[in-house]
Design a protein around this ligand. Structure first.
Ligand SMILES: Cc1ncc(C[n+]2csc(CCOP(=O)(O)OP(=O)(O)O)c2C)c(N)n1
Ligand SMILES: [Mg+2]
Length: 272
């Protein structure tokens, strides 16, 4: 990645974080922690790696897919999709309100550009694996990206889907684990530990890389390496910080879901 691209992506990730803080703040409450922690990886995917997407044709057959299996990070997807022109930015003000097209959790039947409905944790990776297998059978060049959470990884269905993916050699599947070490009400390590997570995914047949999930260049290189995998699906462990880039969230003891006042979001974003 050259310095120009790095500078562009750094600025874009900051803008998207501010958009998400404003969007959730305008509603007044939401999953700020898990939205902030995936923002750098989402930025690299959508502004550097993704292929064959078209905001005027969101269901284009050969598009790369992005599945946000940790569906409570819907607002992270929405700020990206609005920025890319899938729907008017005004929609962001309707987040989670009655009649909205932007519910707090991803819904493919409501939001242009959302490839899979999610929210019931553990299910999205199975859908992603199915899409990856279908793409292979169809000789479709699509890459399937799937974000999962570390708390979400306590769901047995995640491991069923991982076995299936390796068994079918789904090298067009890139799973990104948001390893922010926190789940809804506490540290993952204290509730049901995932460590050693890299060894687990390796044992399940994945090509595993572990990176700083806020290092745009490292994420970009890891995705390039994953795309070069010949016969294994990929796991990229994103070592992240829950709430990253929202100072009030990083400072909170638990930032899983927070109330955000107008004063808080304006101060954080500098938008008055
Ligand atoms: C099957 C299921 N059980 C419980 C919940 C409630 N829930 C929503 S988010 C969450 C915590 C998820 O933690 P993690 O995967 O670490 O995501 P993060 O908040 O770090 O983004 C839980 C338990 C759910 N959505 N689905
Ligand atoms: Mg987590």
């Amino acid at each position: 990645m050259d310095s120009c691209e790095l500078q562009f992506l750094t600025g874009k990730a900051r803008q998207l974080r501010d958009d998400a803080i404003e969007t959730i703040g305008t509603f007044g409450v939401g999953h700020i922690g898990g939205v902030m922690s995936v923002m750098d990886a989402l930025t690299v995917i959508y502004y550097s790696k993704i292929k064959n997407i078209d905001c005027k044709n969101p269901r284009k057959a050969d598009r790369d897919r992005v599945i946000m299996s940790k569906g409570h990070a819907g607002p992270a997807m929405y700020v990206v999709l609005a920025d890319l022109g899938y729907f008017p930015r005004e929609w962001l003000k309707t987040l989670n309100k009655n009649g909205t097209n932007l519910p707090s959790h991803c819904d493919m039947n409501k939001t242009p550009g959302i490839d899979m409905t999610a929210g019931s944790l553990g299910q999205g990776l199975s859908a992603a694996a199915g899409m990856a297998l279908a793409a292979k059978l169809d000789n479709n060049p699509a890459t399937i990206y799937c974000f999962i959470g570390d708390g979400e990884s306590q769901e047995g269905q995640i491991w069923e889907a991982s076995m299936f993916s390796a068994s079918h050699k789904l090298n067009n599947l890139i799973v990104l684990l948001d390893y922010n070490k926190m789940q809804l009400d506490g540290p993952v390590a204290e509730i049901n530990d995932l460590a050693p997570v890299e060894k687990k995914w390796e044992a399940f047949g994945f090509f595993v890389q572990s990176v700083d999930g806020h290092d745009l260049e490292a994420i970009s290189n890891a995705i390039d390496n994953a795309k070069a995998s010949i016969d294994k699906p990929s796991m990229i462990v994103l070592n992240t910080v829950k709430g990253k880039g929202a100072s009030f969230a990083e400072a909170a003891k638990n930032c899983h879901s927070m109330s955000i006042s107008e004063e808080m979001w304006r101060k954080e974003t500098g938008r008055y």
